[in-house]
Design a protein around this ligand. Structure first.
Ligand code: 5CA
Ligand code: ZN
Length: 420
């Protein structure tokens, strides 16, 4: 898939250090492996039916900052992202609004692309839609069946049979164990599976947690011919196949919002390990979920703040936002924190941006050392991307004035994507 024009990221003098990152799987801060000096990042992309809300933006901004941290420390990056462009909620929305599902997806992907460009987000090197990889995904499902990691379940709704992943077989015969990614108890796994696209109560499954790998064709649903029968892929095998085809096995970081820890990232890892014998990734990093009006921002609830509306000035009467102010509004929260967006946050962030801009032009008798500030920014960034500390450092320095405004402007641009 076509991406968007990348931002120009200034090169800074000296070098930062590779960031230490919180790994959900180990529940520790770690330096994930960087194979052959290249940081390989996969971030789960949008399901294109209601793009782009501030929760999405917060997640993608976290990984944009991660890429900037690696690059500043002299590490080359390879970034892959998928598009879940055939999925139940997308098909439902298309049906409800009387639009062809492909047209709905194309329009939303276009909007996402333009939002990401306006926000100065580093684009993925590999941007892959599920519908571009159906054959590879179906072959992977076939291989899982052939190797005893998957089984068929008949359904009255279709002529063909659905295919499920066998959690217990994989736990016995592959290197993956349930709970490798998600440090959760079984009861919580069952609840999350039901809430997030799984079907623990479906009769005929060997283990209620077993996720769908292939859905046999139903009337009125899109489907493809394949070696496992006519149908369409399940969610986790899509990301598993796209990630390993673009980045290989054991890549540096698998990322997304924390709603993806279970079942999505658990089973993405399970499928990949069963297929390849190697773990999917060294670390699993997750952004905290953003709320609005008291609840997690979600398409199903409809409590959304759209990025395009903020940027256009069409969200509840607020003036058009400077993309740098939106970045500052989001970066004021550590990427792992769960927090709520309030409409006043944009004004606060805009005032901070203005204060920084005027601080840059300020000449005082005792300016802060810009190289010292850069060092502090890099140290905070290397400490699990601690952007709130970076913002506080800049508040203090720019309040006082700095001895090399050009260096600070470049540093803020390179590390935070904020233009002064
Ligand atoms: N297509 C799948 C991933 S393969 C999906 O989750 N799509 S999504 O459109 O629902 O979300 C896109 C990304 O934004 C995911 O990484 C998701 O975890 C993240 N996300 C969704 N809602 C929020 C939220 N309220 N706060 C933070 N991140 C969110
Ligand atoms: Zn995914």
């Amino acid at each position: 898939m076509r991406t968007w024009t990348p931002p120009v990221v200034p090169q800074l003098p000296g070098e930062g250090v590779a960031p230490k990152l919180f790994n959900t799987a180990s529940e520790r801060l770690e330096y994930p492996a960087i194979p052959e000096g290249r940081a390989l990042l996969y971030v789960c992309g949008i399901t294109p039916y209601d793009a782009t809300h501030l929760g999405h933006a917060f997640t993608y901004l976290a990984f944009d900052v991660m890429l900037r941290a690696w690059r500043d420390s002299g590490i080359e990056t390879v970034y892959a992202q998928n598009i879940t462009d055939v999925d139940d909620p997308l098909l439902e929305r298309a049906r409800d609004t009387g639009v062809d599902w492909r047209e709905l997806a194309d329009a939303q992907i276009g909007l996402f692309r333009s939002d990401m460009f306006r926000m100065g987000m580093i684009p993925p090197d590999h941007y892959v839609a599920v519908t571009e990889q159906i054959d590879a995904i179906a072959s992977a499902v076939r291989e899982l069946v052939d190797r005893g990691f998957a089984y068929r379940v008949p359904t009255a709704e279709a002529e063909g049979e659905d295919v499920y992943f066998d959690t217990d077989a994989a736990g016995r015969s592959s290197q993956w164990r349930l709970g490798d990614v998600a440090p959760y108890e079984r009861d919580l796994m069952l609840r999350l599976s039901a809430e997030r696209g799984g079907d623990p109560d479906r009769p005929g499954k060997r283990n209620p947690l077993d996720p769908l790998l292939w859905r046999a064709a139903r009337a009125g649903e899109p489907s493809w011919e394949s070696p496992v029968g006519e149908g369409r892929p399940g969610w986790h095998i899509e990301c598993s196949v796209i990630a390993t085809r673009t980045l290989g096995g054991a890549f540096t970081v698998q990322g997304g919002g924390s709603d993806l820890i279970f079942p999505h990232h658990e089973y993405t890892a399970a499928h990949a390990t069963a297929l390849s014998g190697t773990p999917l990734a060294h670390a699993y990093c997750h952004a905290g979920l953003v709320s609005y009006q008291g609840h997690k921002m979600s398409k199903s609830r409809g409590n959304l703040v759209f990025l395009s509306k903020l940027l256009d000035g069409t969200h509840s009467g607020a003036p058009a936002a400077d993309p740098s102010a939106v970045r500052l509004g989001l970066l004021a929260h550590h990427y792992r924190s769960e927090w709520e967006w309030h409409d006043g946050d944009l004004g606060t962030a805009t005032r901070r941006l203005e204060a920084w801009r005027s601080g840059l032009a300020r000449s005082t008798g005792d300016p802060a050392s810009s190289t010292g500030v850069l060092q502090q920014l890099r140290a905070a960034l290397a400490n699990d991307l601690d952007t709130p500390v970076m913002l506080a450092t800049l508040d203090a320095a720019l309040d006082r004035g700095v001895d090399d405004p050009g260096l600070i402007a470049s540093a803020v641009d390179a590390l935070l994507g904020v233009r002064l």
